[in-house]
Design a protein around this ligand. Structure first.
Ligand code: FES
Length: 140
């Protein structure tokens, strides 16, 4: 039965979350989503990425997407949305294994686990975390 008679029986009201009162647990750290693009320049690491179709190996910083780094080298790379929401910029990492062993995707929304497992990546939102080889212009 679902009687709700009288006062005093109600569950304690949830206390509204404070607005950063006096607690000092989070001091500006990890309060927001972080993107590899936010890595400060003095903490950047570089990785060697071989673009097989372009016949070149370039150094890509871990705060810059593969697509941008390739374009900086003058490569003519495919893209459309530049936001991880299509597959125009897709490529396949051929170093073996899951693409996410080699890159961090910043909010890619198109590739499923199986495709990632085959090495596919969306270069517009892929930041290197290791050295690898990639074939651009390869969609699942
Ligand atoms: S350009 Fe659309 S996902 Fe990269």
């Amino acid at each position: 039965m679902n009687r709700s008679i009288g006062g005093g029986g109600a569950a304690p009201a949830a206390v509204p979350a404070g607005e950063g009162e006096e607690g000092e647990l989070e001091d500006g750290e990890s309060a927001e989503e972080t993107s590899p693009a936010d890595i400060p320049d003095d903490e950047v690491e570089y990785f060697e990425v071989e673009f097989t179709k372009q016949g070149a190996t370039i150094e890509v910083p871990n705060n810059e997407p593969l697509l941008d780094s390739g374009e900086d080298e003058g490569f003519d790379l495919p893209y459309a949305c530049r936001q991880g929401q299509c597959v125009s910029c897709a490529g396949q990492i051929t170093s073996g294994g899951n693409s996410e062993d080699y890159v961090v995707h910043d909010n890619q929304q198109m590739l499923d686990d199986g495709e990632l497992g085959e090495g596919y990546t969306l270069t517009c939102v892929a930041y290197p975390r290791a050295d690898f080889t990639i074939e651009t212009g390869e969609a699942p």
